[in-house]
Design a protein around this ligand. Sequence first.
Ligand code: MN
Length: 721
Amino acid sequence: MLGANHLVLKQNELVERLREYDPNLDADMVNRAYVFAVRCHSTQVRDSGDPYFLHPIEVAGILTELKLDTHSIVTALLHDTVEDTFTTFEEIESLFGTEISQLVCGVTKLTKLELQSEATKQAENFRKLVLAMSSDIRVLLVKLADRLHNMRTLYHVSSQSKRQRIAHETLEIYTPLAERLGIHTIKDELEDLAFYHLHPDVYESITNRLKFAHLASADAIALIISDIEHIASSYGLKCSITGRSKTPYSIWRKMQQKNITLEQLSDIMAFRVIVDTVEDCYKGLGIIHSHYMVVPGRFKDYISTPKANNYQSLHTGILGPLNQKIELQIRTQEMHDICENGVAAHWQYKQGNNCHDGKQYAWLRGLLEILENAPNPTEFLEHTKLEMFQDQVFCFTPKGELTNLPNGATVVDFAYSIHSEVGNRTIGAKINGRQMPLRTILKNGDMIEIMTSKTQTPSPTWERFVITGKAKACIRRFIRNQQRTQYSDLGKTSLQKACHKYNITFNDKKLQTYLSKFNHNTIEDLYAAVGEGILSAKEVIQTSHMDHEDTRKDNHDNTFKLEKRKSQKPKSNDPSQFIDGVITGMSVSFAGCCHPLPGDKIVGIVQTGKGISIHRQECQSITSYEDLDRILDLNWSDVEHIISKYTGRIKLTFMNKPGALALVTNIISKQNADINNIKITNRSFDFWDVIVDIEISNLEQLNVLIGVLRSQSLILNADRI
Ligand code: MN
């Protein structure tokens, strides 16, 4: 069962585990930390009713599986003592030394932030997390193990909303970090545990069906292994092969991403072939490709072009001996260790040193640069999520250095990835020697040369096509500064105008002395606030007493009145309010052909006299518009949507069995969606095709719903149309 407890790791067992791999083991320190942790937490209990000290011991146990050093294990044992007991850092320092107390301090900071994680705090949280990680990677590894053990025991937490919040946070923050650090064992387990708590019904449905499929093919795995082994040995190739079925979460993700049902999912089984040398990897690939049918489009060479986290392996898809599509990964033992344990595996070779491997942390430096430019945490989280979840594209600089960027990155993203200044001054680019537009999307293997000019500044239109957080943050910062100057000028002018209108002497020296009343530091800030409409000119004039007798030129008009400022954003159901790139008040409608939802990439088509109609970017009807100037790049804005319901249209094929339709409607209402309309398009004796219009709030909700529908055995197909 998920999260089931096993026996406590005893003190001597922990030391023995460390002795197996750590040549610098300090057994005395581990023993003292173990006893200290048990004593500190002796009066506390976990949600499960177990003694609290089992938790730090389990966390230490998890880290021995990653073969981490004595200091990491001791930190794991002590990680909750300062936060949860009367222990102080001074005490830890005097008992265990400075290094340990600093590591424990790092973990404690993360824990404190975790405790206050409301939606906006989460980003802040994450920001500190990353910063802490940059000072010592072991802090993050202990935190990941801590989170893993908490997820394993999450079912003891009685509040469902708390469980879901923690599971959600795990998927948003910790699994991407585990993935980037290359620790696959922890990533897979965290994902499955989070999935289980977020969508228990779907999790159960997928595991049940996997169990069924797996039972039916338990022999199949063994047979496929022996078949491949037999062929390899006939060529004298030494290898060891393991086979497994994929994790429920990875299957769920694929079902959502690729619009397919569990039956259509090509490879539920994956096989791993471990060979001795890199040469053998390619030799093995050749042998396998010449004996089995190859599934086109599945071959990937991550040996010559490793992933961003240094993952190396050959991937291919073949039609196995039972005519089943299977996934094959071919790699050496060393590549395998790095894949499973990532940074932790590197760690083993670098014990005692600070693990600042430049290549490994290229992505981290990118994050740190965003931190410097991002004014608010939410913006940071938004950008970071983007960078974390997209696949990579690899491009060369003219010097032949390989740069990795998220898939979909443009020339401008590339320029900013070199340096903010290069980005800001980009005027043109050559891709593979040819002059290309700045918005060109980069392809793997492109060689890019950026041309700059000292007089160039970023164009606001760049923001519409760049996708990396760094480029967006730099462009936004530039525009924000520019806007601020404009607002400031505007604010000053409108103050002067207001003064003039009412015969008051505009007195900026007097204004200067009232700055603190307005909570601004400089007079430019105050002007900008007026220009932006945050403060009204009337308020400023009255608060700073510019209208008092001593400065009034003329005081016969005591009925001092200024026009009331019109509220800038009328509260209405006007859709132009929540789409960026549309002028407020413009007539906006959602196209009936593609039913765009918040979360979809959207464009607007300007129709003379009719306003703007919003379509999904992939909508077929757009291709008929030849006049590109009439197509606007638009985005959903971040503001809370006033219209909370949109129409999503899905097509379903299900078996004509009693209860099938009821099952469908049941699932839809259980997912908090309403059915607007059902149309049966095909009714045969075995299957029904229906089109269902559903009231839904955003794309994510629709995708989850489709995923749940797909996980049902009575439903053959569920697709958005
Ligand atoms: Mn803990």
